[in-house]
Design a binder for this molecule. Structure first.
Ligand code: PMP
Length: 415
C-alpha cells in the first residue's frame, strides 16, 4: 500500500496525520534500533541454512551457512518423526482447531499433549496456549495478584502480563535472591490476605544464566508468596524432558510451571503446568486462552512427539556435548563466555565490535547474532551462540575456526 493510500481493506479510513510513523521509524533508525525481518529459506536441516541474515531474501544459490542462532536446540523442528506427527494431526484432526477450546476447538491431540506435559512436569494437569507469550500474559492476568515480584531480566511477555494487571509490580535485581528477600520483607506490614507472586525465567535467554530457584522458593515460602517459573529455554533439555524445576527437584514448591513448545520442542505454542485448581482457573479466566483459537492441532501433535523424543537422553546428550566443546574452544581462544546453559553469550563489549564480529562470522559461514543495547546493558554487547544437537563435530570445529578468524580480523582477538 502506498504511503498516500489512506483506506484499508475493510474500508476504515487510516488517517496518517498525528501518528508520524515515518518519523518514529526514522528515530529508531538513528538510534540503531530499527529491526528487519530475517528471511530464511526453510526450516528443514535447520542447523545449516542457505541464508544471509543481513537482509536480502534468500535464494537457493546462497551458500549454506551454519546456524548457531535458533532456539530449536534439539533440532526437532526438522526431525522426521516430529514432522510426521504434525502431518498426522493435520490429517486426523485438522490444520486448525477452528474455535476456542471452550467452544468446539478442544481435540484429543490437545488433551493428549496436556497429559504428557503434566507427566513430564509432575503436576496434576497442564494447559496449552497458542504461544508462550499468550501463556505468560494470560496466566499473570488471570491470577491477578496484589503484588508481583519480577526479575529485572524477565521476558517481555512477563513484563507485559505485569503491565496488564493492577498489581503493584516490584522489579528486583537480576537473579538476586537477597534483593527479592528485601523487597518481600518491605511488605511485611501489608495485610495477611495480600496475594503475592514471584515470577522469574529459569534460564535467561540473553545471559544464559539460571535463576536461584531454590533460594527463591525459600524466600517465597517465608512470605506466603507463589512462585511462577518460565521454563521457555529449559523445557525438554533436562531429565525426562523437564526443565530446571525438575533438575533441581523443586516441582512441589513451584506453583506455576510455564514454558513454550516453540524452542527445544521445535513446535509452536505455550503451556502451563500445575495443580488441578490452577488449570481449572486458567481455562476459565485466562483471556488469551478463553478468547483465542485453540493451538493448531499439527503444532500440538508435533510437540507431543518432540516431548517423547526429548525424554530419551540421546539428543540431549548430543546437545550438551556440543555446548561443552564450543564453550571450551571459545574460552581457549581468549573469549569470555557467559552463562551456564546451552546459550553461550560471547562477550564483546562495545556495540560496534559485536556487530562487526557477527558480520564477519557470516563471511566465514556462521550465523550467530550480535545482541546489543537496549536488549543488554551498555558495554556488554555480545554474540549469542546457540549450538544444536544436530551440529556435527566437524561443524562445531568450523564454528570455532570462524570465531578465531573473524575475531582476529575485527580486532576482538589478539593475533
Ligand atoms: N518466555 C521466554 C523466556 C521466552 O524467551 C519466550 C520466547 N522468546 C517466550 C516466553 C514466548 O514464547 P513464544 O515464542 O512461544 O511466544
Amino acid at each position: 500500500m502506498g504511503s498516500d493510500d489512506t483506506t484499508g481493506e475493510c474500508g476504515h479510513r487510516h488517517p496518517e496525520a498525528g501518528f508520524d510513523l515515518d518519523d518514529r521509524l526514522a528515530a529508531r533508525e538513528e538510534r540503531g534500533l530499527r529491526r528487519d525481518l530475517a528471511p530464511t529459506e526453510r526450516v528443514a536441516a535447520r542447523s545449516r541454512v542457505a541464508a544471509d541474515p543481513r537482509g536480502e531474501p534468500p535464494t537457493f544459490d546462497d551458500p549454506e551457512r551454519l546456524l548457531f542462532a535458533t532456539n530449536d536446540y534439539l533440532g526437532l523442528a526438522s526431525d522426521e518423526r516430529v514432522q510426521r506427527a504434525a502431518t498426522e494431526a493435520a490429517k486426523t484432526v485438522g490444520t486448525g482447531a477452528g474455535a476456542s477450546r471452550l467452544v468446539t476447538g478442544d481435540t484429543p491431540v490437545h488433551r493428549a499433549l496436556e497429559r504428557d506435559l503434566a507427566a513430564a512436569k509432575g503436576t496434576d494437569r497442564a494447559l496449552v496456549f497458542s504461544s508462550g507469550y499468550a501463556a505468560n500474559v494470560g496466566t499473570i492476568t488471570a491470577l491477578a495478584p496484589d503484588v508481583i515480584l519480577s526479575d529485572e531480566s524477565n521476558h517481555a511477555s512477563i513484563v507485559d502480563g505485569c503491565r496488564l494487571v493492577s498489581a503493584e509490580t516490584v522489579v528486583y535485581d537480576h537473579c538476586d535472591a537477597d534483593a527479592l528477600a528485601v523487597a518481600l520483607a518491605d511488605r511485611s506490614r501489608a495485610t495477611d490476605d495480600e496475594t503475592r507472586l514471584v515470577v522469574t525465567d529459569s534460564v535467561f535467554s540473553m545471559d544464559g544464566d539460571i535463576a536461584p530457584l531454590a533460594a527463591i522458593c525459600d524466600i517465597a515460602e517465608r512470605h506466603g508468596a507463589w512462585v511462577m517459573v518460565d521454563e521457555a529455554h529449559a523445557t525438554g533439555l533436562y531429565d525426562g524432558a523437564g526443565g530446571i524445576v525438575q533438575r533441581k527437584g523443586l516441582g512441589e514448591r513451584v506453583q506455576v510451571q510455564l514454558g513454550t513448545l516453540s524452542k527445544a520442542l521445535g513446535s509452536q505454542g505455550g503451556y502451563v503446568a500445575g495443580s488441578d485448581a490452577l488449570i481449572e482457573h486458567l481455562l476459565n479466566a485466562a483471556r488469551s486462552f478463553v478468547f483465542s483459537t485453540g493451538l493448531a492441532p499439527p503444532a500440538a501433535g508435533a510437540a507431543r512427539e518432540a516431548l517423547a523424543i526429548a525424554s530419551e537422553s540421546e539428543r540431549r546428550h548430543r546437545l550438551w556435548s556440543a555446548v561443552d566443546r564450543l564453550r571450551e574452544g571459545l574460552e581457549a581462544m581468549g573469549y569470555t563466555v557467559l552463562g551456564e546453559t546451552q546459550i553461550l553469550p560471547v562477550l564483546v563489549g562495545e556495540r560496534a565490535g559485536a556487530m562487526a564480529l557477527a558480520d564477519r562470522l557470516v563471511d566465514h559461514g556462521v550465523i550467530a547474532p550480535a545482541i546489543r543495547p537496549p536488549t543488554v546493558p551498555t558495554g556488554t554487547s555480545r554474540i549469542r551462540v546457540a549450538p544444536m544437537a544436530t551440529h556435527t563435530d566437524a561443524e562445531l570445529e568450523r564454528c570455532l575456526r570462524a570465531f578465531r578468524e573473524a575475531g582476529r580480523a575485527v580486532g576482538v582477538l589478539d593475533e
